[in-house]
Design a binder for this molecule. Sequence first.
Ligand code: TPP
Ligand code: SF4
Ligand code: MG
Length: 351
Amino acid sequence: MTFITKPKLHHPKLPTNQLGLTHRDYEGAVSTLCAGCGHDSISAAIIQACFELDLPPHRIAKLSGIGCSSKTPTYFLGSSHGFNSVHGRMPSVLTGANLANRDLVYLGVSGDGDSASIGLGQFAHSIRRGVNMVYLVENNGVYGLTKGQFSATADKGSKSKRGVMNTDAAIDMVGMALQIGASFVARGFSGDKAQLVPILKAAITHRGAAFVDVISPCVAFNNHLGSTKSFDYVREHNESVNFLDFITTRAPIKVEYGAGTVEEVRQHDGSVLRLRKVAEDYNVHDRIAAMNYLQERQAAGEVVTGVLYLEAEAQDLHDYLHTVDKPFNTLGDGELVPGAAALEKFNQSLR
Ligand SMILES: Cc1ncc(C[n+]2csc(CCOP(=O)(O)OP(=O)(O)O)c2C)c(N)n1
Ligand code: SF4
Ligand SMILES: [Mg+2]
């Protein structure tokens, strides 16, 4: 069975957000993933982020490909729009939906197999076009759903559960996202919800292509000694460059930090990101420096997490294409059928 509805009953005094909704209103069906799977922790972080952002569930669209990771949209945001597409094809379906209705928040949920193997081209082109979305890769280094084959993000030299060594070079999706123009790039860890929730909130409110790689251990096939995507390995080698506090314009800023350690970045929608620097000289606005830093730390065996790159005033695909401000599905006959005179004028302009 892959779908179990949750009982609607809940405690009458659950905290509510600005919309009067509780955390439960952002949940989905009961998860059928393996107990302890990192993907379930990411679903919990998405639920919390959307609850805290006061997002109306019907204004969110969640799209996915195929894999255990791509199954997860069933387990969160049960009242939102959803489309479980074909393996590796989530980005083109999301791009089409976004072009038709620019007013929704788009969550593209994918796996390392879905995005770094069969969907690599789709991933790359949706990012370089600047589609306004959160592109989330739940990265466990294996094809979990098909029983644990190495994926393209598995590190060279890492070992499978049966002791076989991976001899192929790894694709670093964060490095690729930086190189092909993502305007927001972050990496989180499913075992660190305190870091992941604000990263997701910042990615959701970012306008443009926001890429978030979340290391999400597969407890069934890739959580052993010799794996570089296990809970133990990531905990031991995790190097955070910053911690993030996400502040909407409504919330008063209360927390104080030492001078020089905090940077405030105001986003397009007025929300403020407070970045507490851990790596003193890390500059979140320098794409090339970020790429160099990541490569250096990776060569040293570390897993760099945090907000890695941010272009606060980025543009998106609609800006580049000069589309109308209104969602296409709200346009009336007058706008869609402008008449013979307008058509003639347009035809003249092409002659
Ligand atoms: C066209 C096509 N090719 C292959 C498959 C088989 N398949 C299903 S899921 C999957 C890999 C999923 O890996 P990943 O995206 O990393 O998700 P995970 O299960 O690890 O979360 C593959 C190869 C398929 N469903 N469709
Ligand atoms: S096989 Fe791995 S990725 Fe799939 S549900 Fe189980 S632990 Fe999660
Ligand atoms: Mg995977």
